[in-house]
Design a protein around this ligand. Structure first.
Ligand code: FES
Length: 114
């Protein structure tokens, strides 16, 4: 398992970009739950953030793609508006061990899923 973040470093109602072994992820904390996705829009595969650690819409309710504005539910990754409506951000399986977000090694070594 590889540690990708400390849970306490992810601020409630905020998102954080993560880079591990040249793999890019986004972590979001909402209602004390952590959500983890590959940092890649299902529309064109571009990174999502507007600027460093800025992934959410103005209301802080949805993840918003900076390229064409698609909006995704934080809890499921489902796109609810925009050119990839109905598609999903791809979640990254993880476990929390002693306050650390841990991801299986092979997910951060193999080519990223499309
Ligand atoms: S690349 Fe994200 S909405 Fe087009």
């Amino acid at each position: 398992m590889i540690c990708v973040a400390n849970v306490d470093d992810i601020i409630e109602d905020c998102a954080k970009g993560l880079e591990v072994n040249n793999f890019y992820l986004i972590a979001v904390k909402k209602d004390s739950q952590v959500y983890l996705y590959w940092n890649r829009c299902p529309h064109l595969g571009t990174p999502l953030e507007w600027e460093e650690d800025r992934f959410l819409d103005n209301a802080g309710e949805l993840i918003q793609c900076s390229t064409h504005g698609a909006l995704f539910r934080i809890e499921t990754g489902q796109c609810v508006a925009g050119p990839c409506q109905g598609q999903y951000l791809q979640s990254v399986p993880f476990t929390i061990v002693d306050g650390l977000v841990m991801v299986e090694d092979h997910l951060l070594r193999a080519p990223q899923p499309l």
